[in-house]
Design a protein around this ligand. Structure first.
Ligand code: SAM
Ligand code: DTB
Ligand code: SF4
Length: 340
């Protein structure tokens, strides 16, 4: 029996889109990055605790429904056909295989199931198959998320009609750094897809990736772009580069871990009600660093031993970390009664 089987989906926190009151200047965000570490964490905690239970973390499980052979040239990505990595190109997965993975994710306690395809954008012939997946996963009582590349208005509407809850499409980096990492799709292409998703009434999951060799100012530039979306995304994944052999970024200098924590904290302060997801890179982090990320306002993770093609901590290891920190998964009861 699933841990969350008895909890209706409607009782899970689903933040309403919040129209932003402020337009963030990159300079103001850069100033947040410059704060003494303890002051930054304190401010992020204050914002976090105003809007969320600071001991609760939402669990999303990822599945790569179509792996490798992607026509885009994203410099960090092991699935790009432009790079010589160990990832083999595969066909779109069958519905039954997807549903089996979704059932297993639910059994482990995930509340959202995210399906990712290594496409520039879905083809017409793919749409019926992916909308069947949305309907099937939803029928299991899980929230649904998809990331399929660029969408036009009609495709966004088809996914909405199938019941898709979230669409993930990242801005990835600051506009003035982006061109050094990707050449086959523009920043504006990404903004157009985000606008189509928003217009269709699907929740927006949009974040970025750090550790690509960008400057702190450029990290501030990424956060400014995200925070100035109107409304800002309901969910913001912050990925730390997993440097995969064969990609152009395989030898990238690892980001200072405290700088990663700062990025989480600044995302939390500038987008107070969003779910900030501590995303790729957790397998390479120790428990203490992950705890700092939660203290900085991260309240969601990818859960399960695989991201798309790279490793993620085993579910049992995450459960042990939650127990050590007194954290509980969204939709589950806290193990220890918390003082009022
Ligand atoms: N193909 C779709 C697209 O790009 O829109 C969806 C999948 S893509 C893998 C989703 C995100 O994963 C990217 O935008 C990037 O932020 C992140 N990502 C990809 N490779 C990564 C890596 N090696 N390390 C960290 N994050 C990565
Ligand atoms: C996101 O921002 N991160 C996830 C999800 N959205 C699709 C993907 C991370 C991929 C890490 C590299 C890999 O496993 O292939
Ligand atoms: Fe393709 Fe997405 Fe990877 Fe870019 S990040 S190469 S679009 S799978």
């Amino acid at each position: 029996m699933s841990i969350v089987a008895s909890i209706p989906l409607s009782s899970l926190r689903r933040p309403a889109p919040v129209a932003k009151e402020t337009r963030w200047a990159v300079a103001d965000i850069a100033e947040l990055f410059e704060l003494p570490f303890m002051d930054l964490l304190y401010r992020a905690q204050q914002v976090h605790r105003t809007h969320f239970n600071a001991n609760e973390v939402q669990l999303s499980t990822l599945l790569s429904i179509k792996t490798g052979g992607c026509s885009e040239d994203c410099g960090y990505c092991p699935q790009s056909a432009h790079h010589d990595t160990e990832v083999e190109a595969d066909k779109l997965m069958q519905l039954e295989q997807v549903l089996a993975a979704a059932r297993a994710a639910k059994e482990q306690g995930a509340t959202r199931f995210c399906m990712g395809a290594a496409w520039r954008s879905p083809k017409e012939r793919d749409m019926e198959k992916v909308t069947d997946m949305v309907q099937g996963v939803r029928a299991l009582g899980l929230e649904t998320c998809m990331t399929l590349g660029m969408l036009d208005q009609g495709q966004a509407q088809q996914l909405k009609d199938a019941g898709l809850d979230y669409y993930n499409h990242n801005l990835d980096s600051a506009p003035d750094f982006y061109g050094q990492i990707i050449s086959t799709r523009t920043y504006q292409d990404r903004l157009d897809t985000l606008s189509n998703v928003r217009e269709a009434g699907i929740n927006v999951c949009c974040g970025g990736i750090v550790g690509l060799g960008e400057t702190r100012e450029q990290r501030a530039g990424l956060i400014a772009e995200l925070a100035n979306l109107d409304p800002y995304p309901e969910s913001v994944p912050i990925n730390n580069l997993v440097a995969v052999p064969g990609t152009p970024l395989e030898g990238a200098e690892p980001l200072d871990p405290f700088e990663f924590v700062r990025t989480i904290a600044v995302a939390r302060i500038t987008m107070p009600t969003t779910m900030v997801r501590l995303s790729a890179g957790r397998e390479q982090m120790d428990e203490a660093l992950q705890a700092l990320c939660f203290a900085a306002g991260a309240n969601s993770i990818f859960y399960g031993d695989q991201l798309l093609t790279t490793a993620n901590p085993q579910a049992a290891r995450d459960r042990a970390l939650f127990a050590r920190l007194g954290l509980h998964a969204q939709g589950e009861r806290p193990a220890v009664q918390q003082p009022a």
